[in-house]
Design a protein around this ligand. Structure first.
Ligand code: ZN
Length: 216
């Protein structure tokens, strides 16, 4: 159990759960399930990634030129969705926010269901609400977990723990302490019925358990 905190990873803890642990005679290790836990956040992220794929989004949307403050990002994105819907388009999506590769500003990755939104309409709507350049393109996850927007929560195995914790802290700060945000009608179960993120994540976890060999 490690609970070291530094200014860079403030509030990030570690309950010690290891998802790769395979001890046949031991019960499933306790897992705290918090997004602020560097052991549990990657597990949660993989469940979110599976839930994203289950919703079967048809387009990938990227929006750059975001303000720094999360509350302001959320406010502008809500206004963007209102504008698109008022223009007569069905729009459900889930999104997360990442730092730009050069560490200068941030962008949003969104996974969209509903109508195709013409690029000019999307561009005008982003201009109107104070967001930067959007890009929308056809997308098909083919059932594979959509981890792409959560790279900062899914560090490669050789990442130093302090770095992983600092990246997790940065990601949570960028995203209002959540792994993903979505419109109300976005999440779907295996039959395509509207569900909640929590229920979708549970389905993904159960599916994963079913695939494990006995006693593994
Ligand atoms: Zn934990």
């Amino acid at each position: 159990m490690q609970n070291q905190q530094t200014p860079d990873n403030q509030g990030i803890t570690d309950c010690g759960y290891r998802r790769d642990e395979k001890i046949p005679t031991q019960p499933v290790p306790f897992r705290c399930s918090q997004n602020t836990c560097s052991s549990c956040a990657p597990v949660n992220a993989l469940q979110v990634a599976g839930a994203l794929a289950m919703a079967d989004p048809r387009r990938a949307v990227r929006v750059s030129g975001l303000p720094d403050c999360w509350e302001e990002v959320r406010r502008r994105i809500n206004r963007l969705i209102q504008r698109i819907r008022r223009s007569g388009y069905a729009f459900e999506w889930a999104f997360h926010r990442e730092v730009n590769p050069n560490n200068n500003g941030s962008h949003v990755h969104g996974w969209q269901c509903g109508d195709y939104i013409p690029q000019p309409l999307l561009q005008d709507s982003c201009d109107a609400v104070g967001l930067g350049l959007p890009d929308i393109r056809r997308f098909d996850a083919k059932g594979a977990p959509i981890t792409y927007g959560m790279k900062m929560v899914l560090p490669p195995a050789n990442t130093p723990p302090e770095q992983a914790a600092a990246d997790l802290r940065t990601y949570l700060d960028l995203n209002g302490n959540r792994l993903v945000h979505a419109t109300r009608g976005f999440w779907r179960d295996e039959q395509g019925r509207v569900t909640t993120l929590r229920a979708a994540m549970q389905l993904v976890a159960q599916r994963h358990q079913r695939r494990r060999p006995p006693n593994a």
